[in-house]
Design a protein around this ligand. Structure first.
Ligand SMILES: *Cc1c(COP(=O)(O)O)cnc(C)c1O
Length: 364
């Protein structure tokens, strides 16, 4: 069986380091906001080139905390994408704001500066691009729009740890950004975890309060906060993997480029790279008119594949009333033709060739 991600093989490479880190934590019993969380926050901030990186309980919480700290609330509109995981829009709803879905670029699958601009109203307060599948959105242009119209840029970096634009890390462009450490993400822990980044001291102070019951000093509470801390044991895992993230992402890029080269002559669309943003291939996602046939053939050979995402958010039951009448033709067309192949930090060239041979058998 070839899975979408081989977490077992990745664990085998770092097992000793993790087991010894766990055992140290079990001895010291510093389970909540302990030394590994603090060290990881510092190491992640250094890696991402931001002033503050604040751990929290999940990527969903990271986006929620980022929006709260940015002061987004009821009556505010947040421009975002419908071609994403539900959590992007859930976080916007949690603060009482309204997600305004705009259409994507057919090549990058990300929201475009032009579509954002067309959706700006007097109620727009923020733009939340998602760097989907590890491909950075057009951050320089989106940031320029935000600056010009007084909007807050809040990046959803759940799929883009280590992706860059003009050598600058995603998660460092806006007022705040949210990362996810869900196990299958490019930087994943062994459960749930997340991170909020910001370069603004005041925003960082608010995020730290919100994630810890609205408190800076224990048993003194200034606002209604949440219990959303990054777990100390997860921080042990994340520190081990952060050291290797460049190697992990390079391996994903290598596998992706091999897939694309081997399939260049087939009737499907391989992922687009613009040469400005560095795509870290959280997913390797193709467009193909014969998707269902291809996926069936892969399944018959015990090769995993998946559709991210079959139903865009404006067509989900949860949003279907508020989005009635909204048409996003590119999003809808992409959702009907997209599918993703196995990709991870330890996918061998032979496995890539094996997957491509099956696809070739169907399409050629
Ligand atoms: C994974 C993901 C999230 C949510 O992260 P969790 O850690 O699962 O809460 C948010 N946005 C996107 C685009 C994601 O892929």
């Amino acid at each position: 069986m070839i899975p979408m991600v081989n977490l077992k093989a990745q664990y085998a490479e770092i097992q000793d380091e993790i087991v010894s880190g766990f055992s140290e934590t079990l001895e010291t019993c510093a389970f909540i906001l302990g030394p590994n969380v603090q060290a990881f926050e510092k190491e992640a901030a250094d890696y991402l080139g931001v002033k503050h990186a604040i751990g929290c309980a999940s990527g969903t919480d990271a986006l929620h905390l980022a929006l709260l700290a940015a002061g987004i609330g009821p009556g505010d509109e947040v421009i975002t994408t419908a071609f994403t995981f539900i959590a992007t829009a859930e976080a916007i709803k949690y603060v009482g704001a309204t997600p305004v879905f705009v259409d994507i670029d057919p090549g990058t699958f990300n929201i475009t500066p032009e579509n954002i601009l067309k959706a700006v109203t007097p109620n727009t307060k923020a733009v939340m691009p998602v760097h989907l599948f590890g491909q950075p959105a057009d951050l320089p242009a989106i940031k320029a729009i935000c600056d010009k119209h007084g909007l807050k840029l809040i990046e959803d970096c759940a799929q883009s740890f280590g992706a860059t634009v003009n050598n600058q890390q995603t998660g460092s462009f806006g007022v705040a950004a949210g990362f996810s450490f869900f196990p299958s993400k490019n930087l994943g822990c062994f459960g749930d975890g997340g991170l909020v980044t910001t370069n603004d001291d005041e925003t960082a102070a608010k995020i730290k309060q919100f994630r810890n019951h609205g408190s800076d000093v224990r048993y003194y509470h200034d606002v209604v906060g949440y219990n959303s801390r990054l777990d100390e044991l997860q921080a042990v895992v994340l520190r081990a993997k952060l050291k290797r993230i460049d190697q992990y992402n390079a391996a994903r890029r290598h596998a992706a480029h091999l897939y694309s080269n081997l399939m260049a002559d087939l009737p499907l669309t391989t992922p687009y790279e613009d040469g400005v943003g560095v795509h870290v291939y959280h997913q390797y996602t193709l467009l193909c008119d014969r998707r269902d046939e291809v996926m069936k053939a892969l399944q018959d050979r015990q090769i995993a594949s998946a559709v991210y995402y079959p139903v865009p958010l404006h067509r989900q039951n949860v949003f279907k009333d508020e989005c009635a009448g909204l048409s996003l033709p590119v999003t809808e067309a992409v959702a009907e033709r997209c599918f993703s192949l196995p990709i991870c930090s330890n996918l061998s060239d032979d496995t890539v060739r094996q997957v491509v041979d099956v696809i070739r058998g169907v399409l050629q």
